[in-house]
Design a protein around this ligand. Sequence first.
Ligand code: NAD
Ligand code: WQD
Length: 338
Amino acid sequence: MRILVTGGAGYIGSHTCVELLARGDAVTVIDNLSNSREESLRRVEGLTGREVDFHRVDLLDRPGLDRVMAIAQPESVIHFAGLKAVGESVREPLRYHQNNVAGTLHLVEAMAAIGCRRLVFSSSATVYGHGAPPLREAAPLGATNPYGKTKWIIEEICRDLAASDPAWRIALLRYFNPVGAHPSGQIGEDPQGLPNNLMPYVLQVAVGRLPHLNVFGTDWPTPDGTGIRDYLHVVDLARGHLAAVDHLDRLAGCVAINLGTGRGTSVLELVSGVERASGKRVPWQPSSRRSGDVAVSFADPTLAKELLGWTAELGLDAMCSDAWRWQVGNPRGFAAAP
Ligand code: NAD
Ligand code: WQD
């Protein structure tokens, strides 16, 4: 299949490109490299022995987008491109709405212009707000920050679009907490500056770049007092996208689907996992709760199994050891690459 991947140079996009190329799909990537480096795609090519048709284009550049669409003529689009830092979105809401929402409007217009109406979109469990786990797709939506609201708004746009024209087939994939890296250690998450998320922070402590982890709350109503999340191996997540693309024709219009393991892991369990994988100690200090956090969040992944035949296969040890292999081989991410 000919597949256009927006944001394909990024963390989840690059892992998905590996899986697509490995099974023989033709892959075109659009990315403005605002949060990634082209080196990730060079490594994708090295891992698969296949070429990525890469275009450095911003989704807000509609003529540029039209040019790539016209050349690539994709049968399906997987749309990862977006800004994703929750705190930054609170400080710069307009930038988030412009980039994520307006960028998606450009994308679906450009798709319609070439007659492509098959879309897989990166939504997020953040659209459930403070909902109670296990989270099912029918749970009420309630994003609590501008980033989450962009995901919710884009979901609504996609639902309206599919209702207006039954030719649209759209899968809204609500990811829980993607972590880990390709088992080769060649590609992985490469946060710029201080990591916002737990796993990259813990890895940078383990590798000696940061002195200790601040644990945001040790008095949550959980067995060890720390927050519980549904961590999901990025390779499992990438494969979920292939399953979604393959099942688009069987989905009725626009469907939201959770991608998670259905299992919860606490902050301290994840810290122990990284310690086991790395053989390093991860010093940590109790810190106050982070604003907007919930005690426990995990998916009900039943629908993904029913509709896509997809379930997560890789456990916490694989997440930690693959993430560690990437971190130790690339302590400064892609920046240090020639
Ligand atoms: P990422 O930042 O590594 O990848 C996103 C890519 O999109 C980057 O390469 C960036 O350069 C590109 N991009 C951003 N705006 C663009 C624009 N206007 N035009 C072209 N390219 C643009 O992030 P990721 O972790 O790989 O996330 C991918 C998607 O999944 C995002 O939409 C994110 O919101 C969503 N998501 C991520 C997580 C997570 O924890 N990583 C969880 C749920 C949902
Ligand atoms: C996990 C746990 C923290 C950092 C975020 C976004 C969400 C989605 C995934 C995109 C929590 C604790 C964290 C640290 C800590 N992204 N923690 N010390 O908050 O579940 O989800 O990423 O859609 O929208 O909100 O993930 O990795 O930030 O936190 O103690 O330095 O680790 O309190 O319990 P979160 P996270």
